[in-house]
Design a protein around this ligand. Structure first.
Ligand SMILES: Cc1ncc(C[n+]2csc(CCOP(=O)(O)OP(=O)(O)O)c2C)c(N)n1
Length: 372
């Protein structure tokens, strides 16, 4: 394994003094180290990282560092082909891509396809890359090669990062929690208020895992919930399509602050389409909690004002269990689209499991429940 500080010091010795990324569970220790020790910006999405890094290079002539999980690699394809590519503006940057779903390594269903095609995708983008060695001397040689290339060709270079490449590092800069309720407790309370006829779309990461487990604990079926395991940032748009396609059913969308921020423009489309049956819940813990708790701008962004500016019909906030219990009936009865922001603390159960039903079976059951 690589010592994170030693690796990062070596990269900075090459003149890197700026990083930007979207956190990744596999790169958790590296992301935490960078967040604590670097001039770092956690971006809204991976494509945005390429934009920020490009701007930094234009401003300083320096080579920036960009990190991400390969789930978000797809978000970079447009700027990598039309901004940084040598055929366009030719902008160098070092990309570190966490390789979930690497063939031969067991991983969750949402990572399998990207893991399998990741190298082929990089090759078709004609971006040189290597699989970062877990041996420091070897890794340093790879970094030397990467910088020689980036300096000469003025183009991006990719380091594919395998599981357990970096030694553990605990995030020091996590902000203290201000709200008493956990996300799981919020889910328990809100599920209590839903009708059997309601359907729900829940976001990527621990939210959907908790929804699954709370339903199990309540001995309730899973066919009312479309549990997103991947597709981070698109939850509200799945809910929009559902709400428009089934105007007679109440559609609840359960999103996270990181997910909402990832494609915030989608809120304007929800507001414009204005389905009355869409009830949007934003569980705000100010963090990318599912992948290590790295901060988002969730607590410095006024999500209710954004919803109002996007023509949502009504907005609500709950910051404790008592408030949530009181507000849920009003929120569900309000004309949509309406938004409920639930402020919660970070954290989840150590023994939190994962949905035991396959995504495709979840889809079939969910569609059957909608009469398809
Ligand atoms: C496009 C994409 N980028 C990154 C990830 C990795 N990832 C999974 S969950 C998550 C954090 C989600 O944060 P938020 O929506 O605030 O929910 P929380 O985990 O805090 O409950 C991230 C970054 C991903 N799955 N997809």
């Amino acid at each position: 394994m690589l010592k994170t500080a030693e690796f990062f010091d070596f990269v900075t010795s090459k003149g890197v003094d700026f990083s930007t990324g979207v956190p990744d569970s596999l790169l958790k220790d590296f992301c935490a180290y960078v967040a604590d020790n670097s001039n770092d910006i956690i971006a809204a999405n991976e494509g945005a990282c390429i934009g920020i890094a490009a701007g930094y290079h234009l401003a300083t002539g320096k080579i920036p560092l960009v990190y991400m999980q390969n789930s978000g690699f797809g978000n970079t394809i447009n700027p990598l082909t039309s901004l940084t590519d040598p055929d366009v503006y030719s902008i160098p940057m070092l990309l570190m891509v966490g390789w979930r779903g690497r063939p031969g390594v067991k991983d969750e269903p949402q990572h399998v396809k990207m893991g399998r095609i990741n190298e082929a995708m990089i090759q078709s983008l004609e971006i040189p890359y290597c699989i970062l060695s877990k041996d420091m001397a070897e890794a340093q040689k790879q970094i030397d090669t990467a910088f020689e290339f980036m300096q000469k060709e003025k183009a991006p270079y990719i380091l594919l990062i395998e599981k357990e490449t970096f030694e553990p590092y605990k995030l020091q800069s996590a902000k203290p929690d201000t709200y008493p309720m956990s996300r799981e407790r919020a889910i328990e309370v809100l599920l209590e208020e839903l009708n059997d006829d309601d359907v729900m779309v829940s976001t990527t990461g621990k939210t959907s895992r908790e929804v699954f487990e709370v339903r199990e604990a309540r001995n309730e079926p899973h066919y009312r919930d479309f549990l997103c395991v991947g597709n981070m940032g698109h939850t509200s748009q799945i809910a929009l399509g559902l709400a428009l396609g089934k105007p007679d059913r109440r559609v609840v969308c359960l999103d996270g602050d990181g997910s909402f921020l990832m494609h915030m423009g989608s809120a304007a489309i929800v507001g414009d389409q204005a389905p009355d049956n869409l009830k949007y819940i934003l569980v705000n813990n100010g963090a990318h909690e599912s992948v290590g708790g790295q901060p988002t701008v969730g607590f410095t962004t006024d999500f209710k004002k954004i919803a109002e500016a996007c023509n949502y019909k009504s907005t609500f906030t709950a910051s404790s269990e008592e408030e949530l219990k009181e507000i849920m009936p009003k929120f569900l009865a309000s004309s949509g689209p309406s938004m409920l922001e639930i402020n919660v603390k970070k954290g989840s159960r150590k023994d939190l499991g994962r949905p035991t039903i396959k995504p495709v079976d979840n889809k079939v059951d969910f569609m059957k429940n909608l009469g398809n």
